[in-house]
Design a protein around this ligand. Structure first.
Ligand code: HEM
Length: 426
């Protein structure tokens, strides 16, 4: 077959399947051939151009006019009429938020919503994260075995996300139940028979988000990023629109929750697979901040992001017409030898680890990156201090098939509770 530019599609490009196990288990390894031989290729299966090297991806992020983020949350697998009818029946109207908003609308909105992300504002969240971390570890520390995802890493970042957004305590449980459907709806490939169930969950999530937002309007002085947005709406109604607020109420949960839960699950798997690195952190917690960056580089929780070409552009020597869609595989860029020496090596002391593109880059770079970093650091501090003797249990890691959000569904660990430092030295 041929690509839209008339060039033949190589065998590697034809075989590329971001929903298959190869990509799920290890995206940078799966795309090594492309980084080496064909740094941009057209995937007929996806209908996207796939970009794999560091400099090209950074340049794409840098130019958000030529490479629009408008398709970042578009369904990568279009759904059928039945699922679409279900979504419509819930009045589902997910629209632009920040991550998929074009200029000139995006920057003014980002600016008026930034304050709750400043280091000063984030300080208030650290005690909440520490307390939740303590409470969850207390529940399993004497049992000798735990699934870190099910027993902690799924719920703690979700609870932190809900606190950050300002969701009232009594609404947390229902929102928790529906948020996962959004990932499959946006970045996954649900089978036709699954699509309808996913659509119902997404529709419910949408309506709930709207109800919670209405409730917040009754008490706009309460703490929370959404309440901050409601107050900014009063001052800048054309910048902070109703459509934005409703969409962000839903997208914000996913942005803050799954990314961070997956990032920590990836990090714990990676660290426990490298006992010398784990040992070093246990002995010197001062190494944790850079280790977090190296985990985000080596095995980040966002594997790939998307951009739409708005005017003819050349990427890696290939001329792309307006309308071309790009899958920019940041996890591959993070293993590009041209930028990271000995790129596959996991090195918690790597000097340029924080150059990774897991948080994106440029005008849309993740606003929550310092919240995520703080959470991950607190988790690692607690695990290394309270369970330094834990190890990975025998297991095969599984992933929810999708292009972008990536983390093991379970991380089973074991330890001897008799050896818990708290027991020996309370
Ligand atoms: C944007 C990743 C945690 C809020 C993004 C983008 C990525 C990303 C890839 C798009 C960047 C771009 O287009 O250049 C991550 C990862 C996280 C994480 C890997 C955890 C390890 C969070 C948290 C929040 C958050 C905790 C808190 C609410 C946002 C927002 C944007 C964004 C609001 C949109 C910024 C804009 O378009 O101006 N994130 N994120 N993220 N993220 Fe995160």
């Amino acid at each position: 077959s041929v690509a839209p530019n008339g060039c033949p599609v190589s065998a590697g490009a034809a075989a590329f399947d971001p929903f298959g196990d190869g990509y799920q288990q290890d995206p940078p390894e799966y795309l090594r051939w492309a980084r080496e031989q064909e740094p941009i290729f057209y995937s007929p299966q996806l209908g996207y151009w796939v970009v794999t090297r560091y400099e090209a991806i950074k340049a794409i992020f840098r130019d958000n006019l030529t490479f629009s983020p408008s398709i970042a949350l578009e369904k990568i697998t279009p759904t059928g009429p039945e699922a679409n009818a279900v979504l419509a029946s819930y009045g589902y109207a997910m629209n632009r938020t920040l991550v998929n908003e074009d200029e000139p609308a995006h920057m003014p909105r980002r600016r008026v919503l930034m304050e709750p992300f400043t280091p000063e504002a984030l300080k208030h969240h650290e005690p909440v994260v520490r307390e939740l971390t303590r409470m969850y570890i207390d529940r399993f520390i004497d049992s000798g075995r735990a699934d870190l995802v099910d027993q902690m890493l799924w719920e703690v970042p979700l609870t932190v996300a809900l606190h950050f957004l300002g969701v009232p305590e009594e609404d947390m449980d229902t929102l928790r139940r529906y948020s996962i459907a959004h990932t499959v709806n946006t970045w996954g490939r649900p089978r036709p028979e699954e699509q309808v169930a996913v659509a119902h969950a997404v529709g419910n999530f949408w309506q709930l988000a709207g109800q919670v937002l209405d409730k917040m309007r009754q008490n706009p002085d309460a703490p929370g990023w959404m309440q901050y947005g409601l107050r900014q709406q009063k001052l800048h109604p054309e910048v902070v629109t109703d459509s934005y607020l409703h969409s962000m109420m839903m997208a914000g949960i996913v942005a803050a929750h799954e990314t961070t839960a997956n990032a920590t699950a990836n990090a714990m798997k990676l660290l426990l697979q490298h006992p010398e690195a784990w040992q070093a952190l246990c002995e010197d917690p001062g190494l944790i901040p850079n280790a977090v960056e190296e985990c985000l580089r080596h095995n980040g929780s966002v594997a790939a992001w998307r951009r739409l070409v708005t005017q003819e552009a050349v990427v890696e020597g290939v001329r792309l017409p307006a309308g071309s869609k790009l899958l920019i595989v940041t996890s591959s860029a993070n293993h590009d030898e041209r930028h990271f020496g000995d790129a596959d090596l996991f090195d918690i002391r790597r000097e340029n680890a924080s150059d990774h593109l897991t948080f994106g880059y440029g005008a849309h770079q993740c606003m929550g990156k310092n919240l995520a970093r703080m959470e991950m650091q607190v988790f690692l501090e607690a695990f290394t201090r309270r369970l330094p003797h834990m190890r990975l249990a025998e297991q095969r890691f599984s992933y929810v098939p999708n292009t972008s959000f990536r983390g093991p569904e379970h991380v089973w660990v074991e330890w001897d509770p008799a050896q818990n430092p708290e027991r020996r030295d309370p």
